[in-house]
Design a protein around this ligand. Structure first.
Ligand SMILES: Nc1ncnc2c1ncn2[C@@H]1O[C@H](COP(=O)(O)OP(=O)(O)OP(=O)(O)O)[C@@H](O)[C@H]1O
Length: 576
């Protein structure tokens, strides 16, 4: 929580001046009933119209000055709250970008988006309201009570009964509703996650005709919010009538006892009017305080959720890659790995090494740990046991930007970003020339279709690359990783959408165009890995075979079975 306060440090002036101006407005508001009393007691009772006009002018002046103070406070509050919100959002966004995969997995992407948007807005609103009302409302309650006591101490005993009664009503209602507000916030969170998932997966939902199930699930979540909000509304609805009832009973008591005091000359009519005015001021201020409690409760809950993210450690920037002459560019020493929170190991006792310029193939059934193994090389996750070395240095000790700058990654799902093809191609190397980009596109077998596009490299890729086919997206994603000739290229089943011929041409171009690049290729097709210098056969997190294609055919049953089944499939297709 305290961590968030540092984003307010540039707004100290607003934090002091804002409530100060609101305080001035409240002081002026407290003066008005006194002036009213004077108008009644002197102006009206003695029929002094000039006095009435003069004092009415004072009331107008007080009103206009109060308005100016209120507007100044509003301006300062907005400056502070929105400035704070912007700084917090920027810092949070920067921090999220520096989080390790493990931390991102822990919170979840949808929840991170919510914290970055909804929660920062709620905290921002909390700061705004703090400046505008946190000082004013309690000051008005105390100030009005003091003013009433100054007018008539004995009559103000009514306050001692009315104010605690109203406070008790507010307390009981808040006690019931505050937890419900928290629950509503959780329900809103769930709705945001569902909205995000169903919009992102709209095509899949339609392909599986799951619209109704999604609508039902969404409706259930929205109904939860509605039910909660209605329940809160019903309880909160009691607040105003109950408080006003107590207040009006109080006013009756004040007028009753006050009338008697007027008769014996202990109080004037104007003072009694001022007294009742102070009573209503107290009531309104107490209701504002109740609303403030709700706003602050929400803001504190959101601040905690933001703090939780900010307290997650950033990926530290470690050492530079030293000059390295040993030929083993990647080495796994008895590596085991378990995802945080997952009961079981996803990788067990993996040991192998790859030489510079070689190609390492990884093959195995789904969920056997291929992507997990490849993800340890750029240190997306740190090995739980054992160590991973790149260029002879433990990746856990290397600076991530240094390490990842040397590695080109093509993930399983080709993700492109809004912008031109050229923009997307410059992700590894910001100043890559068109020639470098075109060479990378040629190696990835993508230039043939990019060249035919009317705008070529200037073609705009729409959100998520929706204006490209799956194979085209994959080829651009591969080309993006090739720009700047990385030392290591990781292809995570990245040629799955390519036909056999394009896949073959790509592999040929890769070995001729980037002879010094070490390639780690995950593939379901044994034919794609046939020429690899080393193939790791994975099964249930363990390496059940390591060797060349011909060695594995003889020594590894799993590999032999995969190869034979794929050959049979090919023959079946040829027969058909
Ligand atoms: N972020 C994660 N958190 C927890 N468990 C995970 C995570 N990612 C993967 N796993 C688990 O680790 C195991 C290995 O997953 P991995 O993605 O490495 O398999 P894979 O061989 O690449 O599969 P596929 O061929 O289907 O892509 C699986 O059991 C999977 O459920």
């Amino acid at each position: 929580m305290r961590e968030l306060l540092k984003y307010l440090k540039n707004y100290k002036k607003e934090l002091v001046l804002g409530p100060f101006f609101k305080l001035l407005e409240a002081i002026f508001e407290l003066i008005v009933p006194i002036v009213m009393a004077k108008i009644i007691d002197k102006g009206i009772s003695q029929n002094e119209s000039s006095y009435i006009f003069k004092m009415s002018g004072v009331i107008v002046l007080l009103g206009v000055s109060g308005l100016c103070f209120a507007l100044t406070c509003q301006y300062l509050a907005a400056r502070c709250a929105y400035g704070f919100g912007t700084e917090l959002r920027t810092a949070l966004y920067k921090h999220i970008n520096s989080l390790s995969y493990t931390s991102i997995d822990k919170i979840g992407t949808s929840s991170l988006v919510n914290r970055l948007t909804n929660d920062t807005n709620t905290v921002q609103n909390g700061v705004n309201m703090f400046i505008r009302l946190a000082v004013r409302a309690p000051f008005l309650v105390i100030g009005a009570a003091v003013m009433a006591m100054i007018i008539d101490l004995r009559l103000s005993l009514v306050f001692l009964v009315v104010a605690p009664l109203i406070s008790i009503i507010i307390f009981i209602i808040m006690k019931k509703t505050v937890p419900m507000y928290k629950k509503t916030q959780q329900c809103l969170d769930r709705t945001s996650v569902l909205t995000r998932e169903s919009l992102e997966g709209a095509r899949v939902i339609r392909a599986f005709s799951r619209q109704q199930e999604e609508i039902d699930e969404f409706k259930e979540a929205v109904d939860d919010i509605a039910a909660n909000s209605v329940a809160v509304g019903k309880i909160s609805a009691i607040l105003n009538p109950a408080a006003f009832m107590v207040m009006n009973l109080g006013i009756i008591a004040v007028i009753w006892f006050g009338g008697k005091r007027i008769n014996i000359g202990g109080l004037t009519q104007g003072e009694l009017t001022a007294f009742t005015n102070y009573m209503t001021q107290i009531l309104f201020a107490l209701v504002v305080l109740a609303n403030l409690v709700v706003i602050f409760t929400k803001a504190f809950a959101s601040a905690n959720r933001i703090s939780e993210v900010l307290s997650l450690p950033s990926e530290e920037d470690g050492n530079m890659l030293p000059d390295y002459n040993n030929e083993n560019i990647i080495t796994f020493n008895d590596v085991s790995f378990a995802y945080e929170g997952a009961g079981d190991y996803s990788l067990r006792n993996i040991s192998f090494s790859v030489k510079k310029g070689q190609m390492l193939g990884i093959i195995g059934g789904t969920g056997c740990g291929k992507s997990t193994l490849a993800g340890l090389i750029p240190c997306f996750y740190k090995a739980t046991e054992g160590s991973v070395h790149v260029c002879g240095t433990n990746v856990a000790e290397l600076g991530n930007s240094v390490l990842r700058g040397r590695i080109g990654c093509v993930p399983q799902k080709a993700v492109l970003f809004t912008g031109t093809i050229r923009d997307n191609m410059r992700w590894r190397k910001a100043d890559a020339s068109d020639e470098e980009i075109i060479n990378a596109l040629k190696t990835a077998q993508a230039w043939e279709f990019v060249e035919r596009l009317p705008d070529k490299l200037d073609t705009v890729i729409s959100q998520g690359g929706k204006n490209l086919s799956g194979g085209q997206k994959q080829r651009i994603a591969i080309a993006r990783a090739l720009v700047g000739s990385p030392d290591i290229l990781i292809l995570d089943d990245s040629t799955s959408a390519l036909d056999y011929k394009t896949d073959l041409s790509f592999r040929h171009s890769l070995s001729s165009d980037l002879p010094d690049t070490t390639v780690v290729m995950i593939s379901q097709r044994s034919t794609s890995l046939k020429n690899a210098d080393k193939i790791i056969v994975m099964e249930d997190g363990a390496a059940v075979g390591i060797g060349t294609h011909s060695q594995l055919l003889k020594t590894c049953d799993v590999y032999h079975d995969i190869y034979i089944s794929q050959m049979n499939e090919k023959e079946d297709k040829a027969d058909a």
